[in-house]
Ligand binder design. Structure first.
Ligand SMILES: Cc1cc2nc3c(=O)[nH]c(=O)nc-3n(C[C@H](O)[C@H](O)[C@H](O)COP(=O)(O)OP(=O)(O)OC[C@H]3O[C@@H](n4cnc5c(N)ncnc54)[C@H](O)[C@@H]3O)c2cc1C
Length: 432
């Protein structure tokens, strides 16, 4: 019987250390290090690598990975408990070596990379000597990859890539890009594309502009609009086999989605804590905000939504550990992915509301949280697509009613029950 909601004491000690380390050493960096992925920033380079060394010493580096890749092989449940602490600070995931999108890109390289690709790209990526970019979405559409047109053609032993990509996060800081391109135009839609490793300094790779999110200053943008013009890379830069891009992408996205959700639990908790602090700090009409029933409702609703989401994330993590097969947990991951933006949005919005004018100002983080909630509803596939997948998977477990009326039709069920117990009823009636 393993129906347990407790953390084992040994691991709780690690979590307590992480909590303290993130609070004391990492949270302040969010005001000092504008781009944790910018390895050319001397301030970042002075501060973050020594902290990474402490994490390594503690044996907590890259915990999403198995021991063969330098991680602890902790599994997803422990990772979830860690990530909900790391999610609170922008610089925390990279300090612990488990930051997106490098974690997912590393997974792809570990699964599909050749020994040479692993040596050149994976090893330095795992050590955060370099950072990477996943370049898939195109300006004309992201949710439907069938509309992608970026083309890679073989010219002798070289791939020649032409096309445009949109929202390629961290391209500006990356050493290499994983580019999804059409290589087999005559194949069926899901076998047309391949993944190709492109060093970012290859001639023809041009960042048209870096796009910032709604709460950022223009110069802070890190989501690149990239143009590839006659970009030539060797044939062996293919990642996986030809036409296999969707298989490769799925390897990355399963883990990526649940890791985003784990970190989101941490951000929701942060919004919730701020909301509660305000409710017990601010007075209006002679009493604390927290004494007003409508404020209490906001707090109660937020806690229920936050804890329900957290349990869904933990259960999904547990199922990933149990089955070790992302296909078997697709339903759970789609549910988590679809639930994530709403709980984050709703709790952050209530926290903003309770803070009044201060809440909407730039002096509090709520507008950034709200935009980030939409980020969670878009990156790795829009919410609508995940809800549709979830519904499709759930419906596939159900059969049509055998007759005209549903199996829950009360008169039909009553008739069946009466027919089943007819003898007994007759006997009892006869004895009255
Ligand atoms: C912060 C951030 C970082 C990102 N980083 C990366 C990255 O590193 N690399 C990368 O390749 N991409 C990245 N993306 C892009 C992301 O994958 C796309 O935004 C996403 O796939 C949606 O594509 P789109 O933005 O073109 O929206 P569209 O495809 O134009 O969709 C717009 C909207 O239409 C609706 N919609 C779409 N499809 C359906 C449907 N089937 N049913 C019902 N409604 C639907 C949804 O509301 C959706 O939001 C990032 C996005 C964000 C916001």
């Amino acid at each position: 019987m393993t129906w347990d909601f407790e953390t084992d004491p040994d691991f709780q000690r690690e979590l307590d250390w992480i909590e303290m380390f993130v609070r004391d050493e990492i949270e302040p960096l969010d005001f000092i290090v504008p781009h944790p992925y910018d390895l050319t920033d001397p301030v970042r380079q002075r501060i973050i690598p020594p902290l990474q060394a402490k994490v390594r010493e503690r044996g907590l580096w890259a915990c999403h990975l198995g021991p063969e890749l330098g991680g602890q092989g902790y599994g997803q449940v422990k990772l979830a408990l860690m990530n909900e602490i790391l999610g609170r600070a922008r610089c925390a995931p990279i300090t612990f070596g488990c930051q997106a999108p490098d974690s997912g890109n590393g997974e792809i390289l570990a699964h599909f990379g050749t020994p040479e690709q692993k040596e050149r790209y994976l090893r330095p990526l795992l050590d955060n000597e370099i950072v990477s970019c996943f370049s898939m979405t195109e300006p004309q559409g992201g949710a439907d990859p069938k509309v992608f047109t970026t083309r890679a053609e073989l010219d002798g032993d070289m791939w020649v890539i032409n096309g445009e990509k949109w929202f390629s996060s961290n391209a500006r800081y990356s050493t290499f890009l994983i580019v999804m391109a059409v290589t087999e135009p005559d194949n069926p839609p899901y076998q047309k594309m391949s993944m190709i490793l492109v060093p970012t300094d290859t001639p023809g790779v041009e960042i048209i502009r870096n796009i910032g999110l709604g709460y950022q200053a223009d110069e802070d943008g890190s989501h690149a609009y990239v143009r590839y013009t006659d970009v030539r890379v060797p044939r062996e830069n293919l990642l996986g086999t030809r036409g296999q891009a969707f298989v490769v992408a799925q390897t990355r996205l399963g883990g990526g989605r649940i890791h985003h959700a784990m970190r989101t639990v941490g951000m929701v908790q942060r919004a919730f804590d701020m909301m509660c602090e305000r409710a017990v700090s601010r007075e209006t009409q002679g009493e604390m905000l927290g004494r007003k029933q409508m404020v209490q409702q906001m707090i109660a609703d937020s806690w229920i939504e936050m804890e329900s989401f957290r349990l869904l994330v933990m259960r999904t993590a547990w199922r990933i550990d149990k089955y070790k097969d992302y296909k078997r947990v697709r339903t759970d991951i789609s549910a988590v992915k679809a639930a994530m933006p709403k709980v984050f949005h709703d709790v952050a919005a209530r926290a903003l509301q309770i803070h009044g004018s201060l809440g909407v100002s730039k002096e509090m983080p709520f507008s950034a949280m709200l935009i980030e909630s939409f980020h969670m509803g878009l990156a790795d596939g829009p919410t609508e697509v995940h809800k549709a997948t979830l519904a499709r998977l759930l419906l596939s477990e159900h059969r049509p009613a055998p007759g005209l009326f549903p199996t829950g039709h009360l008169p039909t069920r009553r008739d069946a029950a009466i027919a089943r117990y007819a003898d007994l009823i007759e006997h009892e009636v006869a004895n009255l």
